[in-house]
Design a protein around this ligand. Structure first.
Ligand code: IPM
Ligand code: MG
Length: 358
């Protein structure tokens, strides 16, 4: 059976980095004799410009038909004036929610070759390997009612709703406990239960589920403290479980510890392991089109796709080893370059990974 993959390049540096990921995908296709069927559609600002919607029907239709999606990034200042419901980000959020991709895996792993690029002292981050499990289709990102309304006194008021049902909490908690079982068996659930009722329930449900995983040590932490601990002593964490908004914020912080946000892949899965794979970084409008963006997060997202959706650990580790080997050889894009190394372009980095695979 062929592997049906949808490519959504998006905006800003999206097309540049996805092109390199496709080069790597083609290389593994030949190396492992994979039967791949590639499709491409528009998403985000590019889709809005061409078709007037950040998530055109054709894109949603194709997305439901394929096994996996590779996405670059969406958004940018060009669309900042666009009505909220048509902003590029709505395309991404619509895909996540429309495909029920509730389980978001964001591994933050430091490649030893990049220890110097971390914002923290090498001793604090050496061998850093954290997995953030972020709930992706609920919480304040999707809660209703939401909007901006005008009060009787003429003043405007913005409002959102932070809501999680027990079933939403429990399904992501199971995923996180199971992920912890395959790693260091420590799970830290991050909430704000000293203030927000929705996370009081979150803490209760997660604690109840913990009894089904006696081999995993569960701790709880308030999100403000978690942000501080990530910067103070990040190696205390194994798996972090949290909701949509806190996961968004903490995963950017964790990314920086590993040297560059340009290194971090992600997987967003539904309950059948159908998945969308994207770097956790954005469209980087300031460097878009210059050919200097780091494609490794997107390439590593392809590895995650083989691990989670296609169940091919061999293909996933081949890609990860190739990335490791180009870093060993000193290839660095501008975001991770050190004093002694030569800066390579986006394309050169992609080609180096391809050669290393072959
Ligand atoms: C991310 C991004 C998105 C999010 C944006 C682009 C909507 O920041 O994937 O982390 O907030 O989830
Ligand atoms: Mg984010």
């Amino acid at each position: 059976m062929s592997q049906k993959i949808l490519v959504l390049k998006g905006d800003g540096i999206g097309p540049e980095i996805v092109n390199e990921a496709i080069k790597v995908l083609t290389a593994v296709q030949h190396k492992f004799g994979l039967d791949i069927e590639l499709h491409e559609e528009l998403i985000g600002g590019a889709a809005f410009d061409a078709l007037g919607s950040p998530l055109p029907d054709a894109t949603m239709k194709k997305a439901t038909e394929v096994d996996a999606i590779i996405l670059g990034a969406v958004g940018g200042p060009k669309w900042s004036g666009v009505d909220g419901s048509l902003r590029p980000e709505k395309g991404l959020l619509g895909l996540r929610s429309g495909l029920d991709l509730f389980a978001n895996f964001r591994p933050a792993r430091l490649y030893p070759q990049l220890a110097e690029a971390s914002s923290l002292k090498p001793a604090l981050v050496s061998d850093l390997d954290i997995l953030i499990v972020r709930e992706l289709t609920g919480g304040i990102y999707f809660g209703e009612p939401r909007g901006i309304r005008t009060l009787d006194n003429g003043e405007r008021e913005g409002f959102n709703t932070y809501v999680y049902s027990e079933s939403e909490i429990s399904r992501i908690a199971h995923i996180a406990f199971q992920a912890a079982q395959k790693r260091g068996r420590r799970l830290c659930s991050v909430d704000k239960s000293n203030v927000l009722e929705v996370t009081v329930l979150w803490r209760e449900v997660v604690s109840d589920i913990a009894t089904q995983y006696p081999d995993v040590e569960l701790t709880h932490m308030y999100v403000d403290n978690a942000a501080m601990q990530l910067i103070r002593a990040p190696k205390q964490f194994d798996v972090i479980l949290t909701g949509n908004m806190f996961g968004d914020i903490l995963s950017d912080a964790a990314a920086m510890l590993t040297g560059s946000i340009g290194m971090l892949p992600s997987a967003s899965l539904n309950s059948d392991n159908k998945g969308m794979y994207e770097p956790i970084h954005g469209t980087a409008p300031d460097i878009a089109g210059k050919g200097i963006a780091n494609p490794l997060a997107t390439i590593l997202s392809v590895a995650m796709m083989y691990r989670y959706t296609f169940n091919r650990e061999d293909v996933a580790s081949a890609i990860e080893q190739a990335v490791n080997s180009v870093l060993d050889q000193g290839y660095r894009t501008a975001d991770i370059v050190g004093d002694a190394q030569k800066t390579v372009s986006t394309e050169e980095m992609g080609s180096a990974v391809v050669s290393s695979l072959q």
